[in-house]
Write a protein that binds this ligand. Structure first.
Ligand code: HEM
Ligand SMILES: *[C@@H]1O[C@H](CO)[C@@H](O)[C@H](O)[C@H]1NC(C)=O
Ligand SMILES: *[C@@H]1O[C@H](CO)[C@@H](O)[C@H](O)[C@H]1NC(C)=O
Ligand SMILES: *[C@@H]1O[C@H](CO)[C@@H](O)[C@H](O)[C@H]1NC(C)=O
Ligand SMILES: *[C@@H]1O[C@H](CO)[C@@H](O)[C@H](O)[C@H]1NC(C)=O
Length: 361
């Protein structure tokens, strides 16, 4: 994975921005004006390089990580907005979203985000939010996997709360039909075009068998496979996901280019090779308005990239905290106020464990 031309331009623009400070930001960069791609151009100009360097290094050995990071941003934004609420761990006052059913045993990249945050804190202390790191990591991940590049609007702040119940409610299920998918996106202010474009993120990454195994053996309690599944692909999937197996095997979303962000997700749907029901339903729901959008993206990668870029920026704008709202967390897994108390609590509980050990000897 080499640094590509698109990224060079993005980085060059950041430099130009530093030099030409005061230049107005084109309004097309963000649909809501409160975020600004130049937000850290004075306070942390090296930010995009730090994110890029770490992710480039990580993805050399972990080819799945860019997919995992794009998903992390999505799971952040759909639950009380893009505010890094997904990163908060369980504490006395926080019920972590990581325990919600779409997230549990499923989220990846939390450690990578912490590694980025540590490097960023070293370079620019108390300046960059964890929510912005998630948005930047998603943008860099796209570029690293040959996807489109966009200038990431910045200036989000981090939440003081998390909402596990809302995560269960807002994150779409893999067995959703088109009506349910559309309404899940509409709740976030995202339209049908956004739904189809953002679903294109299922062109890389993996999914566990348990999330679609019903399609292989007993679809909708019919005792038969899903009729909208290509028969050769069905056989492959049955091999990877045995009947009555544990469901923990992981399968590539895209059998053709598993780690590349390209239009193959849509070409797969056109030949009934969508992995989840929520994927195939975009193309196989009779008479649906999503069919022509799938065809457009499947036949023209530039059209997909253009929409993906716009929809990612739109998703990144959902209910952001700006100005004096929220805070800039020091450690992404904890709100600032509690983290010192929590450190103490951890130390205390460790001490008491050791005391227990000692007293039991
Ligand atoms: C449209 C509704 C969606 C549904 C029902 C859905 C569902 C899922 C499911 C069930 C998985 C597999 C999780 C696992 O195996 O533990 C998954 C993975 C993934 N999702 Fe989605 N998703 C949706 C939309 C999105 C969006 C909007 C994005 C990003 C823009 C996205 C990005 C990803 C990626 C990249 C992965 C693979 C992650 C990895 O390999 O670590 N998904 N999704
Ligand atoms: C790159 O990753 C390796 C381990 O995967 C680590 O030892 C090294 O320090 C990293 N380098 C940079 C510049 O982050
Ligand atoms: C936060 O929780 C995760 C498990 O969800 C754990 O792996 C991680 O170590 C925790 N982070 C911190 C800083 O305690
Ligand atoms: C989708 O599922 C919902 C809830 O199960 C149901 O009410 C609706 O009729 C379904 N829509 C389609 C198009 O199948
Ligand atoms: C599932 O089965 C029910 C009736 O048993 C039917 O109404 C519904 O349309 C089916 N759903 C799909 C997605 O085929």
């Amino acid at each position: 994975m080499k640094m590509n031309f698109c990224l060079l331009i993005a980085i060059a623009l950041c430099f130009v921005a530093v030099v030409l400070r005061g230049l107005p930001v084109p309004s097309s960069f963000s649909s809501k004006p409160q975020l600004d791609p130049l937000f850290y151009s004075k306070t942390c100009p090296q930010l995009p390089f730090i994110v890029y360097q770490i992710l480039w290094n990580v993805s050399k050995t972990d080819h799945r990580m860019p997919a995992s990071l794009i998903r992390l941003h999505f799971h952040d934004c759909f639950v009380q907005g893009c505010d890094a609420s997904v990163l908060l761990n369980n504490t006395a006052t926080i019920v972590s979203e990581q325990g919600a059913s779409p997230n549990i045993n499923s989220l990846r990249g939390l450690d990578v985000v912490n590694r980025i945050k540590t490097a960023v804190e070293k370079a620019c202390p108390n300046t960059v939010s964890c929510a912005d790191i998630l948005a930047l990591a998603a943008g860099v991940s796209s570029v690293l996997t040959r996807g489109p590049c966009w200038i990431v609007p910045l200036g989000r702040r981090d939440s003081l709360t998390a909402n596990q119940a809302l995560a269960n409610q807002n994150l779409p299920s893999p067995s959703f039909n088109l009506t349910q998918l559309k309404s899940s996106f509409a709740v976030q202010g995202l339209n049908t075009n956004d739904l189809v474009a953002l679903s294109g993120a299922h062109t890389f990454g993996r999914a566990r068998c348990s999330l679609f195994v019903d399609r292989l053996y007993n679809f909708n309690n019919t005792g038969k496979p899903d009729p909208t599944l290509d028969t050769a692909y069905l056989k492959e999937l049955q091999k990877e996901c045995p009947k009555n197996g544990p469901g923990t095997n992981r399968v590539n979303f895209d059998p053709t280019t598993p780690d590349i962000l390209d239009k193959n997700y849509y070409s797969n749907l056109q030949v009934k090779k969508g992995l989840l029901q929520s994927d195939q339903t975009l193309f196989s729901t009779p008479g649906a308005d999503t069919i022509s959008i799938v065809n457009k993206f499947g036949n023209n990668q530039n059209a997909f990239f253009e929409s993906f870029r716009n929809s990612m920026i739109k998703m990144g704008n959902i209910d952001v905290l700006t100005g004096k709202k929220g805070e800039i967390r020091k450690q992404c897994n904890f709100v600032n106020k509690k983290s010192s108390e929590l450190d103490l609590a951890t130390v205390r509980s460790r001490e008491s464990v050791e005391e227990d050990l000692v007293s039991s000897i």
